[in-house]
Design a protein around this ligand. Structure first.
Ligand code: FAD
Ligand code: UDP
Length: 378
C-alpha cells in the first residue's frame, strides 16, 4: 500500500518505519526544514553545544519495549534530570523532596517527620482534588504551593491554577527522601548524538521517502491509500470549527563563557520574573566539554495563528471544541490522527512511540479499518 505520513516527528517516523518494514511504501512530509519534530536537536555553530531547539527533551520510560526500540536506533547515555528552582530569593531542589522541605522551612526533619509535617500543612478537607490548586493545597499545603507552583503555573498556562485540572500537577512527585531525580521511570537517558540522529536512523529505510519544507495539501492524499496525520487536529480541517487553544514558547537565546548556571534547568517560581525557566543546553550532554555555553530563557504565551503549538490547553472551552473535531474526524475516511498534535494531548516521547508502534501494528493487521484516532483524545 502507499501511505502518506504528515509530520516527520517521532509519530510519523516510527509509524513510517514499522509500515516500511511490513512492505508498505511510505512518503513522509514535513513543513519544517528538518526531521524529528519538536525533539529536533542541532549543534550550535558558535559553541558546538548540542541544542534542544524546541525546548529540553529528556527520555524517560517504564516501557521496556519502547526502551529497546530507541536503543536500536541510538546509543543512549544514562542521564537524570535534576531541576533547581529559584523562588523568593533562594535556590531549591525540585521536585519537592526532603532537601526542599528542610531548606524551605529551616528544619532538619527525617522522612516520616516530614511526611507528618507536610500533612499538617495540607488541606485535608479536600477529599477529591479537581483543580491544580486543590491538588497542591491537598498535598503540599499553602507555603510550598505559593513559592513553587502558583506563580510558575500562572506564567506557564496564562490562567489561574483554579482553572487548571489536577492532572497537570500530578506529573510531579513529592518525595520524603533526598532523591532529586525529576522523573521516576526505570529507563532514563539522552541519545549521545542527539534526537535528530536517532530519528534519521529510524527513517533510514529504502521504502521511506522524506520531503521537507513541504506543507500538506489535500491533493496529496489522492496518491495514497491511507494518511497518518500528526499535524494539529484542527489544522487538518482548516480550523473550520475554530481554533483549539495552545500555549507556545518564546526562547531568548544567549551565550556566555564558561558555565552560566551550573545545571541544565533552573525554574523561576516567582510571578514577577517574566520567564518560567532557563535551560543551559551543554548540561544535557555532560559527557561533552565546551568552553562557551548557550542558554534559553523561556517565556510562555497563548499561541496565535502561525506560532508553533506546544502545549494543548484542555480547559472546558477547548474540550467542547475538541469533541466537535473528534466527531468530524470519525466521519473522515482514510485518515488516522496520531501524536501530540493529531490527538491534542500532552504526550511524552515514550508514549508517543508506544502509540505509534501500536497504531502501525493495528494498521498492518486491519488495513484501512483502523479507527480515525490512534487513541481517543476525549
Ligand atoms: P511533533 O514532534 O510535534 O511532530 C509533528 C510534525 O508535524 C512537526 O515536525 C510539524 O512540522 C509537522 N506538521 C504539522 N503540520 C503539518 C502540515 N500541515 N504539513 C506538513 N507537516 C506538518 N517528551 C519527553 O518524553 N521528555 C521531555 O523532556 C519532553 N520535553 C518537552 C518539552 C517541550 C517544550 C515540549 C513542547 C514537548 C516535550 N516533550 C517531551 C514531548 C515531545 O516533544 C513529544 O512527545 C514528541 O515531539 C511528539 O512527537 P510527534 O511526532 O507526535 O509530534
Ligand atoms: N510546575 C510548577 N513549578 C515548577 C515546575 C512545574 O508550577 O517549578 C507546574 C507547571 O504548571 C507545569 C506542571 O507543574 O506545567 C508540570 O510540570 P512539568 O515539569 O512536567 O512541565 P513540562 O515538562 O510540561 O513543562
Amino acid at each position: 500500500m502507499k501511505v502518506l505520513l504528515v509530520g516527520a516527528g517521532l509519530s510519523g517516523a516510527v509509524i513510517g518505519r514499522e509500515l516500511a518494514e511490513a512492505g508498505h511504501d511510505c512518503r513522509i512530509i514535513d513543513s519544517r526544514p528538518h526531521i524529528a519534530g519538536n525533539c529536533y536537536t542541532d549543534r550550535d555553530s558558535d559553541t558546538g553545544v548540542m541544542m534542544h531547539v524546541y525546548g529540553p527533551h529528556i527520555f524517560h520510560t517504564d516501557d521496556e519495549g519502547v526502551w529497546d526500540y530507541v536503543n536500536r536506533f541510538a546509543e543512549f547515555v544514562p542521564f537524570q534530570n535534576r531541576v533547581k528552582t529559584t523562588a523568593q530569593g533562594r535556590v531549591y531542589s525540585l521536585p519537592i523532596n526532603l532537601l526542599t522541605i528542610n531548606q524551605f522551612f529551616g528544619t532538619t526533619l527525617r522522612p516520616e517527620e516530614a511526611r507528618a509535617f507536610i500533612e499538617s500543612k495540607a488541606d485535608t478537607s479536600i477529599a477529591d482534588p479537581q483543580t491544580f490548586e486543590e491538588q497542591a493545597l491537598r498535598f503540599v499545603g499553602p507555603e510550598l504551593y505559593q513559592a513553587f507552583f502558583k506563580g510558575y503555573t500562572e506564567k506557564q498556562w496564562g490562567c489561574s491554577p483554579t482553572e487548571l485540572p489536577a492532572s497537570i500537577l500530578k506529573r510531579l512527585p513529592v518525595r520524603f527522601n533526598y532523591d532529586d531525580n525529576y522523573f521516576f521511570h526505570r529507563f532514563q537517558g539522552m541519545p549521545r548524538d542527539g534526537y535528530t540522529a536517532m530519528v534519521a536512523a529510524i527513517l533510514d529505510h529504502p521504502r521511506i521517502t522524506v520531503d521537507l519544507n513541504t506543507d500538506y495539501h489535500p491533493d496529496m492524499a489522492a496518491d495514497a491509500d491511507h494518511v497518518f496525520w500528526s499535524g494539529p487536529l484542527d489544522g487538518y480541517f482548516d480550523y473550520r470549527l475554530g481554533r483549539l487553544g495552545y500555549r507556545t514558547l518564546d526562547f531568548e537565546r544567549f551565550t556566555e563563557h564558561g558555565d552560566y548556571q551550573g545545571c541544565a534547568v533552573m525554574n523561576y517560581g516567582d510571578r514577577e520574573v517574566p520567564h518560567t525557566r532557563i535551560t543551559e543546553h551543554k548540561h544535557f550532554s555532560p559527557w561533552e566539554s565546551h568552553e562557551d555555553t548557550v542558554c534559553y530563557r523561556e517565556y510562555s504565551r497563548e499561541a496565535e495563528p502561525g506560532d508553533t503549538p506546544y502545549y494543548p490547553i484542555r480547559l472546558v472551552k477547548e474540550k467542547a471544541l475538541l469533541e466537535q473535531y473528534v466527531e468530524l474526524a470519525h466521519t473522515t475516511p482514510g485518515v488516522t490522527f496520531v501524536g501530540r498534535l493529531g490527538t491534542y494531548r500532552y504526550l511524552d516521547m515514550d508514549v508517543t512511540i508506544r502509540e505509534a508502534l501500536d497504531t502501525a501494528a493495528a494498521f498492518r493487521t486491519g488495513g484501512n479499518t483502523v479507527g480515525a484516532f490512534a487513541t481517543s483524545p476525549l
